[in-house]
Design a protein around this ligand. Structure first.
Ligand code: 5RP
Length: 293
């Protein structure tokens, strides 16, 4: 291991230069993976735009029921036609979601804490590869807690899942968690996203922050941005737009869709930004149109 003292801070991200290994496959850094992995990645990142809209409703794995998710069986079906991927637990999918939707599945595969815990950073691998295959997962999502007490075990969970996924051609989505004591700084997100990519995660999920284009430039695999807590629709669409302009290859949104006063409108608006390069005002008009105002 290189000693960390005297490490010169990275600064030359060349954000104006496209990723160098932009061969024939539309997903960053995945030129050399196997056919099956490319097939699953193509279920996530649409070949036409190269991007993805994930509808996240896996919150129950540590929150239980939350506003907007009281009835998954009722709340999710109207949204599913407007998104590419469902990010959910196996329990939610098997009990509430028809397999006929034929959407990508980002299967929540880590767990270990609840809202009752002060420290959420201690998770385990909660779904084995057999059941991920049985669920026809397009990718397996593992939470990592860089800088938190559960850092090492979460890295171990991620790496074991990557190894199992590589055996069967299933990508791993490395999720960057931000604990309550951690700052959402560019320095933190640069560290965490690059580490997860270096471990071999094929997709990274993180949050938008300043200097975001440097984070995506330094990450050799696609970054998807989590929506975070509910904000105004305009602010959520602005964050989505800035994320895509900054090099993200998609959004993984939950609360800013299912807690909106017009969830279908928000799903459509996010899709317009992600797949049609719509600007914030045009996307916001789509939301208002659906809302009927
Ligand atoms: C919840 C998650 C969610 O997948 C992720 O945070 C996106 O949901 P939201 O947009 O509501 O933050 O990991 O544990």
């Amino acid at each position: 291991m290189a000693d960390k003292d005297g490490n010169k801070v990275a600064k030359n991200y060349r954000t104006d230069v496209e990723f160098g290994r932009n061969g024939g496959f539309h997903v960053k850094g995945m030129e050399d993976v196997d056919w099956g992995m490319k097939s699953r990645l193509s279920k996530i990142f649409q070949p036409e735009s190269g991007n993805t809209v994930m509808l996240a409703f896996d919150h129950g794995y540590f929150m239980g029921s939350t506003a907007g998710l009281e009835r998954l069986d009722l709340a999710m079906p109207p949204l599913i036609p407007h998104v590419d991927v469902l990010m959910a637990t196996r329990g939610a999918l098997r009990s509430c979601i028809s397999p006929q939707y034929n959407k990508g599945i980002a299967l929540r595969c880590s767990a270990g804490s609840s809202m009752m815990d002060d420290d959420l950073s201690h998770e385990v691998i909660a779904v084995d590869i057999d059941d991920a295959i049985r669920m026809n997962a397009s990718c397996m999502a593992i939470q990592t807690f860089i800088g938190a007490p559960g850092e090492k075990s979460s890295i171990e969970n991620l790496c074991k899942t990557i190894d199992a996924g590589n055996r069967y051609g299933i990508p791993t989505l490395g999720v960057v968690a931000v604990g309550k004591d951690m700052e959402r700084t560019p320095a933190f997100f640069k560290l965490a996203t690059r580490m997860l990519a270096e471990f071999g995660a094929q997709i990274i999920k993180t949050y938008y922050c300043d200097d975001f284009e440097e984070i995506t430039a330094a990450c050799p695999v696609p970054i998807v941005v989590a929506g975070g807590k509910k904000v105004t629709e305009k602010d959520a669409l602005t964050m989505a737009y800035l994320s895509m302009q900054g090099g993200a290859r998609g959004l993984d949104m939950g609360r800013n869709i299912f807690q909106s006063d017009c969830p279908v409108g928000m799903a459509k608006a996010i899709g317009a930004i992600v797949h049609n390069n719509a600007n914030v005002n045009d996307a916001y008009d789509l939301y208002r149109e659906e809302k009927g105002v």
